[in-house]
Design a protein around this ligand. Structure first.
Ligand SMILES: *Cc1c(COP(=O)(O)O)cnc(C)c1O
Length: 381
């Protein structure tokens, strides 16, 4: 089955008792048993709920996995992966991962004596030099936030496999429409479905997808035991979002491409970060592992003034200024004062997160309207 068909039908059959075409929201905590232990496959909604099951099957179908898991948030999904580890284990990751992942790694799991090493982007593809006997997990995010660096998933999995190190990929920015890490050798795919999978900025939800049977059993045990499950209503919203994922992603990608070219040609704009440019340092990786270049674009100003940046952000009318990404509406964020505010200035500057950096989650509005809005805002400085 092709992706577009899976997006509509994956994990979803007509509801057997009534024929409902749309997956019902099974808003129930428990299920009747005709005799103790005799039931129709569901006992209690923490261990399983039909609406969640449909979403979990849809996740697995889209990522070419065997099993999917749905959680209360993307971070709850990260938490579940980390609970595969034990004290003394080591995790290798990169220094440009999502801030919330960085926080749970360093401020929660380091307390349990799990060690994290944050590798500079330049060294990512030589990650094996950091392997020790205790390295148990590699965590990668590609493309990364906000500078859209890419990691070669196949390369990393080929380094990790001989050492039995698990590779988990945060596939939030790319979505399974553009990139399927399990096909490239990864063991675990993680999603913040809050972003493109949900797609309408109306739900917080996370996902994990795996192929391996043992990993499935372990993750299911943790999901059920720790309990950060997705609720039925939220599962329904993401199922509904997924049905148009392919159409939305096509539009996000084509709008992002036009916006990136507009910005690149603008006299006040300095760097434009978008993996579709031939000059992007990871363009070749993008072409080999992604179907298209995604809906995210970041840029900086030639004058690199904080005041000019704020003037632009305040002068926009179609772009909402806010956290998050991946919704149908265009959003702009200012990493220096929002997602990366707690990172010291010299550390930010050294990786390119400068005062004038603006990150755009390009929505699916008409592109001429979006460009006109950005153009008038750039005229304000
Ligand atoms: C938002 C996000 C997360 C966290 O997901 P929540 O749903 O907000 O918990 C993790 N990784 C990336 C790349 C994200 O953008």
């Amino acid at each position: 089955m092709k992706f577009e068909t899976k997006a509509i039908h994956g994990g979803q059959q007509h509801e057997p008792s009534t024929g409902a075409v749309s997956m019902p929201i099974y808003q129930t905590s428990t299920f009747a048993q005709t005799a103790p232990g005799v039931h129709k496959g569901y006992e209690y909604s923490r261990s399983g709920n039909p609406t969640r099951t449909a979403l979990e099957k849809a996740f697995a179908s889209l990522e070419n996995g065997a099993h999917g898991f749905a959680f209360a948030s993307g971070i709850a999904a990260v938490d579940c992966v980390l609970k595969l580890l034990k004290p003394g284990d080591e995790v290798l990751t990169t220094n440009d991962i999502y801030g919330g992942s960085f926080r749970i790694f360093t401020q929660v799991f380091e307390r349990y004596n799990i060690k994290f090493q944050f590798i500079k982007h330049d060294d990512v593809h030589k990650m094996d030099q950091y392997f020790t006997d205790n390295t148990k997990l590699i965590w990668i995010e590609t493309p990364s936030n906000p500078l859209l660096n890419l990691v070669d998933i196949k390369k990393i999995t080929s380094l990790a496999k001989p050492k039995n190190i698990l590779v988990a990929v945060d596939n939030t920015f790319a979505t399974p429409y553009l990139q399927r890490p399990l096909d490239l050798g990864a063991d675990i795919v993680m999603h913040s479905a809050t972003k493109y999978l949900g797609g309408h900025s109306d739900v917080i939800l996370g996902g994990l997808i795996v192929k391996d049977k043992n990993l499935t059993d372990e993750l299911y045990f943790i999901q059920k035991s720790c309990g950060a499950i997705a609720g039925p209503m939220d599962s329904f919203l993401v199922l509904r979002g997924i049905k148009t994922l392919h159409l939305r992603m096509e539009c996000h990608c084509s709008n992002a491409k036009e916006l990136a070219h507009f910005l690149k040609a603008h006299s006040k704009v300095d760097n434009v970060y978008w993996p579709g440019f031939k000059t992007h340092p990871n363009h070749v990786i993008a072409k080999s592992q992604m179907k298209d270049f995604g809906g995210m674009v970041s840029f900086t100003l030639k004058n690199n003034q904080l005041s000019s940046t704020l003037k632009i952000l305040e002068g926009l009318s179609l772009f909402t200024v806010g956290e998050s990404l991946g919704g149908v509406e265009s959003l702009c964020s200012h990493p220096v004062s929002m997602s990366h505010a707690s990172v010291p200035k010299k550390d930010r500057d050294s990786v390119g997160i400068v005062d004038s950096l603006i990150r755009v989650s390009v929505g699916i509005e008409n592109i001429e309207d979006l460009i006109a809005d950005l153009d008038q805002a750039l005229d304000l400085i």
